[in-house]
Ligand binder design. Structure first.
Ligand SMILES: Nc1nc2c(ncn2[C@@H]2O[C@H](COP(=O)(O)OP(=O)(O)OP(=O)(O)O)[C@@H](O)[C@H]2O)c(=O)[nH]1
Ligand SMILES: [Zn+2]
Length: 207
């Protein structure tokens, strides 16, 4: 064994990404457990602060990503008609209560005159960049539409999100099943009722 080898039972130390403080989250979660009257040292809870920190690193990864990180593949295609990806599953976290809201996003655009399109999976990746942050649904919807417009420069973009907020179902007003629908339309989806209508019928058609 060389002096540089890592013993097999020792994990390499993972560095925090910039702007993310794992140790501070652990400390805060421990504090919350105390504050609700729990014992953070009991068996089931001992590792919870570290687990929560790891989960937050994933749930809030979008804070350290830019839309360009998602829309990496842009290519030319002889296609100037609408492209729409429906029913993209979306999980985000309500910034008021820090509990999840989840549902589906529908993302569409009309390519620019050069026929520049992006990979279909990149639209779902773009939704995640903004969903993996503390959010309100309206801002999430607009941010996805605005990012599409600025990075892909299409003739127009449409984003519709339908979601259920756990802060409205498991607590508070307690209305399970209530769905919030938000939309953001840009460019020709905003300017042309016919284009917007076509997209909405494709989205609502559930085909
Ligand atoms: N517009 C919008 N409101 C949201 C979203 N997520 C949660 N909310 C609302 O944020 C509001 C926060 O209201 P407050 O009165 O400050 O908080 P609260 O006392 O916990 O409110 P209740 O949920 O009614 O018990 C609630 O009405 C939530 O339903 C969202 O994505 N968009
Ligand atoms: Zn909430």
């Amino acid at each position: 064994m060389t002096a540089l080898a890592i013993p097999y039972d020792e994990e390499p130390v993972q560095e925090d990404p910039p702007g993310f403080d794992h140790a501070r989250i652990e400390k805060a979660v421990r504090e919350i457990l105390f504050a609700i009257g729990e014992d953070p040292e009991r068996d089931g809870l001992r590792d919870t602060p570290a687990r929560v920190a790891r989960a937050y690193a994933e749930q809030f990864a979008g804070l350290r990503q830019r839309p360009e990180d998602a829309l990496t593949t842009v290519f030319d295609a002889d296609h100037e008609e609408m492209v729409l990806v429906k029913d993209i599953e979306v999980y985000s976290v309500c910034e008021h209560h820090l509990v999840p809201f989840h549902g589906v996003a529908h993302v569409g655009y009309t390519p620019n005159k050069k026929g520049q399109i992006t990979g279909l999976s990149k639209l779902a990746r773009l939704v995640d960049v903004y969903a993996r942050r503390p959010q309100v649904q309206e801002r999430l919807t607009s941010q996805v539409a605005d990012a599409l417009m600025s990075v892909l420069e299409p003739r127009g973009a449409i984003v519709v999100i339908e979601a259920e907020h756990l802060c409205m179902t498991m607590r508070g007003v307690r209305k399970p099943g209530a769905k919030t629908v938000t939309s953001a339309v840009r460019g020709d989806f905003r300017d042309h009722a016919e284009t917007r209508g076509e997209a909405m019928s494709l989205i609502l058609g559930r085909s």
